[in-house]
Design a protein around this ligand. Sequence first.
Ligand SMILES: Nc1ncnc2c1ncn2[C@@H]1O[C@H](COP(=O)(O)OP(=O)(O)OP(=O)(O)O)[C@@H](O)[C@H]1O
Ligand SMILES: [Mg+2]
Length: 245
Amino acid sequence: MAELAEIKKQGLLYRGKAKEMYTTNHSDILWVHYLDQVTALNGKRKVQMTDKGKTNCVISSQLFTDLRHQGIKNHFIKQLDLTDQLVQRVQIIPLETVIRNYASGSFVKRYQTEYLQKFSQPVIEFFYKNDVLDDPFLNDDDALALGLATNDQISEIRQIALQVNQHLIQIFEKINVQLVDFKLEFGVTKMGTVILADELSPDNCRLVDVQTKQSLDKDIFRQGLGEMVPVYEKVLQRLQQSEEA
Ligand SMILES: Nc1ncnc2c1ncn2[C@@H]1O[C@H](COP(=O)(O)OP(=O)(O)OP(=O)(O)O)[C@@H](O)[C@H]1O
Ligand SMILES: [Mg+2]
């Protein structure tokens, strides 16, 4: 896109817990600014953390680029600087798609399984993206009944989610990191295509060091396990080294 250099940031469209989304002079392009803020419990716990936005923006940009190279359509257009990106504007499908390779988090709580129990095949779960309701767990039929997505969109989401999983497993395997689970958001473009959107960072992935079993993600904050940003930076460093190799 030749005109990308002329994209200008306009008004704030949405201030979320992790990012600010701005409109631009191009109706199909949004300007994303990653915040130095971390939240848990649906925003009830909120802390400012220097450089957190930078780390997530750079990790997310790299992973979206890697996925694009693997043929997975996503909203990422360009990284502008260390905290800002341009993305394709989509209509977000209000489903949080969680892909699990090992048991953790709410799965362990719900079914009382052992932490990091390996699944024989990836588990896909949906949560209704609705802050007022606290993002409840729901199944495909519930999503259809609520009109959150069509049958075809749900099939598409499942298919893309599994592809993303395969690629991310490999990317993280190379840097000695186990991909435990992660959350994706999808959106519909003006042309009606379902594409991957939002972000891909240690805020919405569970990552565990293969050797030490240390958490390398937001669980550090959720569980008060120490400084989070240096660990995110370690993940970024390993990804960058692996990219250069
Ligand atoms: N390409 C896109 N087009 C339109 N909206 C997007 C796009 N990518 C992400 N979003 C939305 O922008 C917001 C990003 O902000 P942030 O991640 O901080 O939200 P959040 O606090 O997690 O809140 P929410 O519950 O709305 O996701 C989210 O609502 C996300 O769904
Ligand atoms: Mg978010």
